[in-house]
Design a binder for this molecule. Structure first.
Ligand SMILES: Nc1ncnc2c1ncn2[C@@H]1O[C@H](COP(=O)(O)OP(=O)(O)OP(=O)(O)O)[C@@H](O)[C@H]1O
Length: 467
């Protein structure tokens, strides 16, 4: 696991991967006790596992699913750094090895209403199948932070895939990446099962995986909130909508399956509501699901009143299992996502390549952040002039940041560059301003392609990759 040039050769694998050390120490001490849980019909076993510890779960009898994806009987799944639930429609027996920080069985779940929503969407898909140009439902889920939007999207996607559909899942929440790093917006066509340990699954950069890899289309946004650079966010939403609509017209299975859109929990009544309206218009959303907020539901019902017949606003209850994730948990999750992009995870390790690049060779840009005034609060007639991207020079301040390599040419305009998809990411390991070079980690060997690199403040720099 030595990475040339980064003095990692002398480090033990435990220093590079804290998770490895915890596993090793668990293995060397007393093996954790195995417990058996009997879960009754329509109940769910909720559990939380801290980063650095692991819990193994095996389905012994019956049927069970994690956010819609069925668990096979007898297969051991390992969980770390997660808050999750195993639901059963018919009752099941689970074997659990390890110590979850929280675990309990709940009788009250909103799964019946979630599955009703799925069957309603299936009806719309069937209707779309009867007409040669009609599209399946374009569903968008909105709600406050930690309301369970992403979990509901996983459930709807998994159920659709189980019925042979190929829904296009769009993540417009930059806080968490879907099959990519945080700070990105992605769209992926799902036709195969999700990886219950990994969340959505793995992409081609994750290395060999027993679950078929997904191919995400990724755009770089680089900020946590859509309101951080509203102009860039809107431009990326429009670009993504075009890509998704061309994907939906490619194949009948994609067209009839439609798309499911995840959104950010940051929703202010000023710019947030306008952004929702922008997404609805760009993606031609026809089903707007409001999760866990009466007030947001009533505001949306009023806003889309005059579009009855084209946009249906649906209210759903939040699951009692949804947990608020504090900043420390989210920060560790972001660090883990970055580390896994370059180094893989304990089951599938990857070795990134170290490249030395002259500071004058890089075409470096930064996401515009200075003007945080949203367009909707600007006086009428004044255009939102917030920069999409700004030219920048590599300095030591960029050390330990991730940079996106764009599918764009050096001579492209800023507008074209900002809306270009992401080729991959590099990690800026060190910058030597005196000697005019920097060391970067890249997932592939060879020279850094002569493409624009973009950096930003989110996800924040993380030193844990280089010890
Ligand atoms: N039924 C459940 N039981 C246990 N944990 C759950 C359940 N539903 C969701 N969670 C957990 O609660 C947390 C928040 O859920 P989720 O990510 O779906 O919310 P969200 O609305 O998408 O959040 P955000 O707005 O921050 O993106 C996640 O860690 C998720 O795994």
């Amino acid at each position: 696991m030595a990475v040339p040039g980064l003095q990692l050769a002398d480090l033990s694998i435990g220093q590079v991967f804290p998770n490895f050390s915890s596993q090793t120490s668990e293995q060397s001490s007393e093996p954790p006790a195995e417990k058996t849980h009997e879960i009754g019909k329509c109940r769910e076993w909720r559990f939380e596992v801290a980063f650095g510890s692991t819990v193994e779960v095996k389905l012994l009898r019956g049927t069970a699913e994690i956010f819609g994806t069925e668990l096979p009987t007898g297969h051991k799944f390992t969980f770390t750094g997660c808050k999750s639930a195993i639901f059963t429609w018919e009752g099941c027996t689970l074997s659990v090895t390890g110590n979850p920080t929280v675990e309990y069985t709940s009788e009250e779940t909103p799964m019946t209403s979630y599955s009703n929503l799925h069957f309603a969407l299936e009806k719309l898909r069937a209707i779309a199948g009867d007409f040669p140009v009609a599209q399946g439902p374009r569903v968008m889920i909105i709600g406050p932070e930690d309301a369970g939007k992403t979990s509901l999207i996983k459930i709807l996607t998994a159920y659709a895939v189980r019925q042979g559909r190929k829904p296009c899942v769009v993540n417009l929440d930059p806080k968490e990446g879907m099959l990519s790093l945080p700070g990105t917006l992605t769209a992926t066509s799902f036709s195969t099962i999700m990886d219950v340990e990994e969340g959505y699954g793995s992409s081609p950069t994750s290395g060999p995986s027993p679950v078929p890899v997904k191919l995400p289309l990724v755009y770089y946004y680089g900020l946590e909130s859509p309101e951080g650079n509203e102009r860039l966010y809107r431009a990326l939403v429009s670009r993504m909508a075009l890509a998704v609509s061309s994907r939906l017209s490619e194949e009948d299975a994609n067209r009839t399956s439609g798309c499911i859109i995840d959104t950010s929990g940051f929703i202010s009544q000023t710019t947030g509501y306008d952004l929702i309206q922008h997404i609805v218009a760009e993606f031609s959303v026809d089903v707007l699901v409001v999760l866990g907020s009466e007030r947001l539901y009533s505001d949306m019902a009023r806003r889309f009143e005059d579009r009855q017949g084209t946009v249906t606003v649906v209210k759903l209850a939040k699951s009692g299992g949804c947990v608020d994730r504090d900043e420390a948990f989210m920060r560790t999750a972001r660090e883990t996502a970055i580390r896994e992009y370059f180094f893989g995870e304990p089951k599938r390790t990857l070795s990134p390549y170290t490249l030395t690049v002259g500071l004058n060779e890089v075409n470096l840009w930064r996401v515009g952040e200075a003007n945080s005034i949203g367009a909707s609060v600007l006086p009428i007639g004044i255009e939102d002039t917030q920069a999409l991207l700004e030219r920048t020079t590599p300095t030591s301040l960029l050390q330990h940041s991730v940079a996106a390599v764009l599918h764009s040419e050096p001579g492209d305009s800023v507008e074209v560059m900002a809306e270009s998809s992401v080729m991959g990411f590099v990690y800026i390991a060190s910058v030597d301003e005196q000697k005019h070079y920097m060391k970067i980690l890249a997932p592939v060997p060879g020279r850094l392609p002569p493409k624009p690199l973009v950096v930003s403040s989110f996800p924040e720099p993380t030193a844990s990759l280089v010890g």
